[in-house]
Write a protein that binds this ligand. Structure first.
Ligand SMILES: *[C@@H]1O[C@H](CO)[C@@H](O)[C@H](O)[C@H]1NC(C)=O
Length: 148
């Protein structure tokens, strides 16, 4: 290949790794909560984020938004995300939900479709997608029951 072509391909790869995410937590900035107000919240380039101490070499490739209800109080966190897949079954409109003990509820959303995608402004759901994803969830549960 020509050096110019190499350079072009390298730029494409570098570009695909560039992602910016909103970075805040609602306990220090109330604007981090929903509805999200980006006026004072910094946006971070995930390429500039350090490796996590417990995940050496793992780079953040997504944005995330976490919504937690602990003892009746909502907390929001937005940042770059290191692990997992964007969205659920590739659909960023869906988030992981967890209910724990002690009145704890957590919603975990990931995305990488565009810079600052962790606003949490959900586009309206449509029924075919909802049916498809719930069908997929059922199929996954059903097939994993044979593995266990
Ligand atoms: C911040 O929010 C406003 C209003 O929703 C939007 O027009 C603007 O593009 C956002 N800024 C960035 C950097 O995304």
């Amino acid at each position: 290949m020509q050096p110019a072509v190499y350079l072009f391909v390298l730029c494409l790869i570098a570009e695909s790794w560039s992602l910016k995410c909103w970075d805040c937590r609602s306990d220090s900035d109330p604007k981090c909560a929903d509805p999200f107000d980006n006026s004072t919240v910094p946006i971070k380039d995930c390429r500039q984020e350090p490796d996590l101490p417990h995940l050496p070499g793992v780079r953040p490739t997504m944005c995330r938004k976490i919504r937690q209800k602990v003892h009746g109080q909502w907390r929001y966190f937005r940042s770059c995300a290191y692990l997992g897949q964007p969205g659920i079954a590739g659909d960023e409109r869906f988030c992981l939900m967890r209910t724990g003990t002690y009145n704890i509820f957590m919603e975990y959303c990931t995305c990488n479709s565009k810079d600052g995608c962790n606003t949490g402004a959900l586009p309206s759901l449509n029924w075919p997608t909802l049916l498809f994803v719930s069908g997929l969830a059922i199929a996954v549960t059903w097939s994993s029951s044979f593995v266990l």
